[in-house]
Write a protein that binds this ligand. Sequence first.
Ligand SMILES: NC(=O)c1ccc[n+]([C@@H]2O[C@H](COP(=O)([O-])OP(=O)(O)OC[C@H]3O[C@@H](n4cnc5c(N)ncnc54)[C@H](O)[C@@H]3O)[C@@H](O)[C@H]2O)c1
Length: 263
Amino acid sequence: MPRRLDGKNAIITGAGSGIGRATAILFAREGAKLVLADVNETNLGLVKEEIVKIGGSVVARKTDVSSEEEIKALINLGLEKFTNIDIIVNNAGISGVLDALEDQRSEEWHQIFDINVMGPVYATKHIIAHMKARRRGSIINIASVAGIMSGAGGNAYSASKAALINFTKTSACEVGASNVRINAICPGLIETGMTLPFFEYARSTGKEDRLGKYCELKRAAAPEEVAWAILFLASDEASYMTGQAIPVDGGITASMSVPGRKI
Ligand SMILES: NC(=O)c1ccc[n+]([C@@H]2O[C@H](COP(=O)([O-])OP(=O)(O)OC[C@H]3O[C@@H](n4cnc5c(N)ncnc54)[C@H](O)[C@@H]3O)[C@@H](O)[C@H]2O)c1
């Protein structure tokens, strides 16, 4: 039976944990050849091993996405190994702190923007000529519901994800005529390395039932539930979709949380 990514080669950043790891495993199962990147070399190696075990074709390279040189080297590795790159999932990200405005430091804002915004910008910049020349390519940026509305992260994080959503739209419009598609996924509350402290705190204090309770599905999600949406955008099934920022959030952005109206 044909698999959904047979014949396609994909780069995934932040592949050592959470949503990136789940996406890498799903993509491998669906036939993609993979170039995986993360700053955490140990976790990256473990994910690579998992993929080799299920018969996947994979290379991995320690990469800090905030470095344009390292992104260039990652893309070159992919092109050397697999000749073409069809898909990039710009997933690596950090959440930063939740300090009050008056306590925020410019270094933290710069670090969040360097990773969450400039990482995807560098990857797009350095792959786009290749994708345009082949008239095929799908770039998926992992943004957040925090980039759409307030209340899901610190303001540097939220602003970085809003910037990533707009970068997704403006660059999609620039390259659409070349049949290159660029979309974003906006996850809600997902249990990953990033959110582990919230989950551990809730479990240790008997408040587990509160996790995700403000979304319409009344629960948090597993990273695999986001990976399925990323797979769809990466595949030819999404051939007429570009410039979109799609929430995968249990419905939290579908409703205003008016006090007294929600149970
Ligand atoms: N978990 C959630 O609830 C949630 C919600 C909305 C959006 N997101 C987004 O999903 C994406 C994946 O996060 P996750 O939740 O799986 O978290 P995670 O912490 O489990 O995974 C993120 C991975 O990115 C890597 N990384 C961090 N900085 C990097 C850098 N400079 N270069 C390369 N790799 C780097 C980390 O080592 C880690 O392996 C992020 O962009 C995050 O903002 C997560």
